[in-house]
Design a protein around this ligand. Structure first.
Ligand code: FNR
Length: 385
């Protein structure tokens, strides 16, 4: 379904960049401080080569797997991204439909532009939902709402005690509300298509932020403004109650340290997501692929390990799986997709991942993603420097 000229995820990135004002682009594509972790996330993949065996006679490789007990057509999910409506006013609905149509799942962000119920209605396949850890009524209410709307897997994001220092956003004035100057107004005026989109978002999806219909309102616009999505006073003991409250599967997202992974398992998490939030939080945090083997070793088979941050190629997915991840999530790639072409764009991005994975597995002589293990990757000399 991808338009012919959009052959790679990077093609979608460039096309998305042409459609978004500097302010929104800085939010979508930016990272923390010197962008070192953002860069390392990509470079870590280039330090591994793939083993290739000829005449393996496997036929078409299988990408099928399960995550949280849900059968998926491929090991790639859509990571939670907040304020997707800024990029495409119906972005959450498009992403959910695209993921479901491709046989995978969308993780709905706490800061989604449409409500949990609206997204469930648009795409009733049973997506996952993401929450920031906090005590008390707000979290309890959101968990109840999510359960009632049919969500059965919750992902709790733990790597935002404060929001990372995203300097590009400060340069462009991105924020809630944005800081406008004549120059910034002029920049926005160059994107009339986007401006129409923003007006629609404001009137329809965006009402969540204004009059309290959606989950973003429930975490209170004031707190988002204060950039305190996660209660910074919470520790692992306080967190236990979320596990007890939530009867479905629970994943903890934003783990980089093996000891934290062990704690997550100990409080009863069903899985962890190795992630540095796409290089948007601590600059100089370890790249997710480098952090993966330690977490996998610590967790063993007591929980599922997912990975995100920097996945842009089918071969990236295969490497993460070979190093012990059960599946990966992608964030920015589908944001580019919905920006460029709504549901069709998000589908196009998933098609790229699917075909790249299938082709590469064939070339490797590997029968399926399930067969991938450490023996399929080799440290690469070229590419390390
Ligand atoms: C995010 N991410 C994120 N994570 C989360 O748990 N809740 C959220 O609301 C958001 N919001 C968000 C917005 C945008 C624009 C981006 C790019 C990312 C992090 C996201 O879930 C994921 O960890 C990263 O996006 C993965 O890295 P890549 O695939 O973007 O490199």
């Amino acid at each position: 379904t991808a338009p012919e000229t959009l052959v790679t995820v990077e093609d979608y990135r460039r096309a998305a960049r042409r459609r978004l004002p500097a302010m929104v682009w800085s939010y979508v594509d930016g990272g923390a401080e010197g962008l070192e972790t953002l860069r390392d996330n990509r470079e870590a993949f280039s330090r591994w080569a793939l083993r290739a065996r000829m005449l393996a006679g496997n036929g078409t490789p299988s990408l099928a797997t399960t995550v949280a007990g849900v059968p998926l057509s491929m090991p790639v999910l859509f990571a939670p991204t907040g304020f997707l409506g800024l990029s495409q006013w119906q972005g959450d609905l498009h992403a959910a439909r695209a993921a479901a149509a491709a046989g995978t799942r969308y993780v709905v962000s706490t800061a989604s532009s449409w409500s949990l119920e609206e997204i469930a209605q648009a795409s009733p396949e049973g997506h996952f939902f993401q929450l920031y850890p906090r005590e008390g009524d707000i979290a309890a209410k959101l968990m109840r709402r999510a359960w009632n709307a049919g969500y059965r897997t919750m992902m709790v994001t733990v790597d935002v005690p404060v929001v990372g220092n995203r300097e590009a956003e400060r340069h462009t004035g991105m924020g809630i509300p944005p800081v406008m100057t004549p120059r910034r107004m002029l920049n926005i005026a160059r994107y009339p298509g986007w401006a129409i989109n923003a007006l629609r978002h404001q009137r329809i999806g965006g009402r969540n932020l204004v009059n309290g219909a959606g989950i973003a309102a429930a975490v209170e616009a004031a707190e988002i403004q204060n950039r305190q999505m996660v209660q910074a006073t919470l520790n692992w003991n306080d967190f236990q109650w979320m596990r007890e409250q939530w009867k479905g599967k629970l994943y903890i997202k934003g783990i980089l340290d093996p000891e934290d992974a062990v704690r997550a398992v100990r409080i009863g998490a069903d899985g962890v997501v190795v992630s540095n939030h796409g290089g948007r939080q601590l600059d100089f945090a370890l790249s997710s692929l480098e952090a993966l083997p330690g977490v996998v070793a610590a967790v063993g088979n007591r929980a599922e390990v997912l990975l995100d941050s920097g996945v842009r190629r089918g071969t990236d997915v295969l490497k993460a799986l070979a190093l012990g991840a059960r599946a990966v999530m992608v964030g920015r790639p589908y944001v580019y997709g919905v920006t460029v072409g709504g549901e069709r764009g998000a589908r196009g991005v998933l098609d790229i991942f699917r075909t790249e994975m299938e082709r590469s597995l064939s070339l490797m002589g590997c029968p399926s993603v399930e067969a991938l293990d450490r023996s399929w990757v080799v440290p690469r000399q070229a590419g390390t420097q």
